[in-house]
Design a protein. Sequence first.
Length: 75
Amino acid sequence: MINLSECKFGDRLKTRDGRMAVFLGKGYEYAEGFACPVKGEENSFSYMFYRRDGKVFYSAFGNKYDIVGKWEDEE
């Protein structure tokens, strides 16, 4: 399980559906939330906010954008 409060700026993370997200830092001033852009189709991205455990704040997207771990380069 991931703990986003242990991540640092620029860490590459992996979503449940295999997309790359990049950790930016704390996203909310008054709540424990973290901001990460998530790779979309082609050159697009979505800017998502997460709880400490990697679950997305907004459930409109379901759980496919939940962070499940760190990105590991596949070479």
